[in-house]
Design a protein around this ligand. Structure first.
Ligand code: ASP
Length: 342
């Protein structure tokens, strides 16, 4: 059919693509070529659907930047042939992958919707069918001939989120994700209600894929009683280049001199330190309390309301691209695609 909306489904792994082996009762990946047998509803969608799948589907705990490069490569290769993309992915690290892809797919002007499920698609009570069917519908949704959600998003349990604003919040409930600091992009009820003003504006420049990750990064989560020994060893990690420091409240940390000295020593060794909060909601404001003034003074960068998933993946991307301290800071504080409120 000419002009029919075309959607490419990329299956990477995760629970959604599993069925129960009748003999052993264990969950195993099913042949994704047979997806329409498992989900006959797909035949009723008035889009042309095609599927690609990883030869060896992975549990998302095994995702690495190589996986992101593979997904981005598939999107790049097929970019002009499809109107939108649905990426099926395990929910455990979906927020990291959606964040990473949002930074990799520069000038994206087509929908890339991540989804998965808590129960395998072959299980009677699965949440996978609704997630898949609605994710496809959203990936192909257009208004005045233009895609409604031309950005990397996550669809789960009737809600569409900006990918780089999501966090996995529940390992059990179907509502597995939340976006605490940014409104949902759509709500699927009888109709899919889009939050048009919150979706990124369509970009007109050609797609560019960014692939150069610097993986010499780490996350340091503060807790009362953290020891000097631990912090010293942490910052002595060979080749360390970037640290996301997970602080308390609005970006506060212990004000012990040894701690500030370790941070200063690290920054002098050219390690970039980005401050994000352990709180689920709200933002880092360095200097609001005395306990964050010291961080500001030694040169820690306040990460605003970025999620930990967005912060660490953005750090890998920015450090892969830039070396100059001021340029790194400017890039980390800039909104690439809506991951930080500026
Ligand atoms: N462990 C699975 C994964 O993340 C869970 C899921 O698919 O939701 O791959």
């Amino acid at each position: 059919m000419p002009n029919q909306t075309k959607i490419l489904i990329i299956y990477t792994g995760g629970t959604i693509g599993m069925i129960t082996d009748v003999e052993t009762g264990a969950l195993k990946p099913f042949d994704f070529n047979q997806i329409s047998e498992e989900v006959p509803e797909l035949k009723k969608i008035p889009y042309q659907l095609e599927t690609l799948f990883f030869k060896e589907p992975i549990d998302s705990s095994n995702v690495t930047p190589k996986t992101w490069i593979k997904i981005a490569g598939l999107i790049e290769k097929h970019y002009n042939d499809y109107d939108g993309f649905v990426v099926l992915h395990g929910s455990d690290t979906m927020a990291y992958s959606a964040s990473a892809l949002s930074f990799m797919l520069r000038n994206l002007n087509k929908p890339v919707v991540f989804t998965g499920s808590q129960l395998p698609i072959g299980v009677i009570r699965t949440d996978g069918k609704e997630n898949l069917v609605t994710a496809i519908e959203i990936a192909g949704a257009k208004k005045n001939g233009e895609p409604i959600v031309p950005e990397v998003s996550v669809y789960f349990e009737y809600k569409l989120y900006r990918g780089n604003r999501t966090t996995k919040l529940n390992a059990e409930h179907f509502e597995a994700f939340a976006s605490f600091d940014y409104p949902i992009l759509a709500n699927a009820g009888i109709k899919i209600n889009y939050n048009y003003s919150k979706v990124l504006k369509l970009r007109k420049a050609p797609l560019q894929i960014y692939r150069n990750f610097n993986t010499n990064v780490a996350i340091l989560t503060l807790f009362p009683g953290i020891t000097h020994d631990f912090v010293r060893h942490f910052f002595n990690t060979p080749n360390l280049k970037g640290v996301v420091l997970q602080t308390f409240g609005s970006g506060n940390a212990l004000s012990k001199q040894w701690f500030l000295d370790e941070l200063l020593r690290a920054i002098r060794k050219n390690i970039t330190i980005l401050n994000v909060t352990q709180c689920k909601m709200g933002e880092v404001i360095q200097g609001r309390y005395e306990t964050s003034e010291g961080l500001e003074k030694v040169g820690v960068i306040g990460g605003g309301d970025m999620t930990i998933e967005a912060a660490i993946t953005k750090m890998m991307v920015v450090l892969g691209e830039l070396a100059d301290r001021e340029e790194i800071k400017t890039a980390l504080l800039r909104s690439f695609c809506g991951e930080i409120t500026v």
